[in-house]
Design a protein around this ligand. Structure first.
Ligand code: DGL
Length: 268
């Protein structure tokens, strides 16, 4: 495996770009290949079997591109398909749940932690299990937010409909006096300003993207895979569809042009 090979990152849509952004900032000498399954998003309301099958297809696609590490930048796939992907992967695989759970434990003082995520992530109970493995006394309150992903993919980041939806979803969590809220879906950091207004300044918002970038940096060093050579790096974006607003939302979010974007036809 060559150090110059890219880091492979994947998600069901644009949400995983939150992780890509953190990686670009933390590891500017690393190339990144991103796969967003924009034709089949959302995954979070699909069955485990379907999520597993899609995750395996994408992982194999990126492995064929010779990535040196695979990052599942999607909580839904992380909570359902991590073990399966790990079994077929010849390179290290990282997922986002562990990073978010650890960060929540570090941040929470009251030990009452709220989790929001897709129905698949919340039903898997992956966050509660992880958090309890680190702190059995923590109280975890979860809420599935199935409408958030389509709202984000639509670009309605600060829209009255999104605000009302968020108020409705967060009400039960706020009633439990959470002091930390885990954004358990990589799409949700795009809603951060709106969520911040609703939860108020006291509640810590945990976004696992930054924690993930730290873990990747550590792992690459440890495995001798860090690319210390100077630029240029290569950023590639593979998507299965280019919805109307994809470019605008993705570029606004990344704070840079997407450049090399390639449409991949299904089946992979
Ligand atoms: N961004 C994803 C997650 O972290 C998936 C959302 C979806 O496709 O439903 O869960």
């Amino acid at each position: 495996m060559k150090k110059e090979n890219a880091i492979g990152v994947f998600d069901s849509g644009i949400g995983g770009l939150t992780v890509v952004k953190a990686l670009m900032e933390r590891l500017p000498t690393e190339s990144i290949y991103y796969f967003g399954d924009t034709a089949r998003v959302p995954y979070g309301i699909k069955s485990k079997d379907t999520i597993n099958r899609y995750a395996m297809e994408i992982a194999k696609f990126l492995l064929r591109k010779n990535v040196k590490i695979l990052i599942i930048a999607c909580n839904t796939m992380s909570s359902v398909a991590f073990e399966m992907v790990q079994q077929i992967s010849s390179v290290p695989v990282l997922e986002v749940i562990d990073a978010g759970a650890r960060k929540a434990i570090r941040e929470s003082r009251s030990r009452v932690i709220g989790i929001i995520g897709t129905p698949a992530t919340i039903n898997s109970n992956a966050y509660a299990r992880k958090i309890h493995s680190y702190d059995p006394n923590a109280r975890v309150v979860s809420q599935a937010c199935p409408l958030f992903v389509p709202l984000v993919e639509e670009g309605w980041l600060d829209h009255p409909v999104t605000r009302l939806t968020a108020q409705e979803y967060l009400r039960p969590l706020l009633a439990e006096n959470i002091d930390t809220l885990v954004l358990g879906c990589t799409h949700y950091p795009l809603l951060k300003p709106l969520l911040r207004e609703i939860v108020g300044p006291q509640v810590v918002l945990v976004d696992s993207a930054v924690a993930m970038a730290e873990r990747v940096a550590g792992l690459l060093e440890e495995k001798g895979l860090a690319n210390n050579a100077s630029l240029p790096v290569e950023y590639r974006y593979y998507v299965t569809d280019v919805p109307l607003r994809f470019h605008t939302i993705a570029e606004r979010f990344l704070g840079r042009g997407l450049g090399n974007i390639e449409l991949i036809n299904l089946p992979l």
